[in-house]
Design a protein around this ligand. Sequence first.
Ligand code: SF4
Length: 298
Amino acid sequence: MIDLEKPGVHKRGKRKGQQKVALGIKDEITFSKYGNTDDIWLSRSAFDEFKKCKRCFYLIRKKGFVAPGTPQFTMNSTTDKLLKKEFDLCRKDQKSHQILIENKLDNIIPYKNEETAINIYGDPIVSSNSKKPYEKMEAWRSNYHGLQARFKKTNFILYGSVDDIWLDTKNNYLILVDYKSQANEKEVSQETYWDGDFKTGYQTQLDFYFYLLKQQNFKETISNDAYLLVVNARGLEDKFDNKLLFQSKLIHTKVKDDYLENEIQEMIDVFNSYNIPESNKLCKNCAYARQRSIIDKL
Ligand code: SF4
């Protein structure tokens, strides 16, 4: 795809709105956060990248290469934002949500934690906009901060932001939740939802959060039941009428993390290596670059 560098970046003396040249590499790479330069932070999406292709993970995360972007899923982020607002209303009143009630899970409510969020170094996490400390749930849902955990006794910190956490009030269990948006004429069902290769990524995502959540010293137990809240625009209406109608469905899964530490260690070994790993032979981007390099010397 063609992805053009956008103007509007305020960096290195360039004025806002001035055209930038696409370089394909960052002018500086940051591995750290909160002013600590000893640790290397790797996010859940870095792990996702590693699972798809070790070579791209290495080039992007370690060497600072900038891959061409894909179109932004703005519809998905809008539904995420609205779902968060909706569940926050129930969180505020500590009551269950309609979809939980419909699924006979009215003992489950959105988890509320108003304690000040603390980063891995023991300092309060402060919002760069309001300068106020984040509450824990806010920080865990922020892409920059997220749930944080040191990987064993290494200098690698893992982090990832969750969509939501629910509380099973009957058993005092914390439950992981991720929101997913899609458009498909077929109704979403528990029986068929997990069919298809890319859904494995959704499962890994929840497993990764489960691994992080277990390391936060909660008094509650972390449940190995987790849910996707899938909102599906089926498009079966007679006309558009300035609205898109979604059907919501809760999809249940069991999370596990017994395999994760080995894979995370493998990711760290790749990161620490001086050798560029193999590429993924299924990737069309690399195939394109390979073909192009035969005749097109830039
Ligand atoms: S195969 Fe090549 S382009 Fe594709 S993800 Fe891997 S390194 Fe990146």
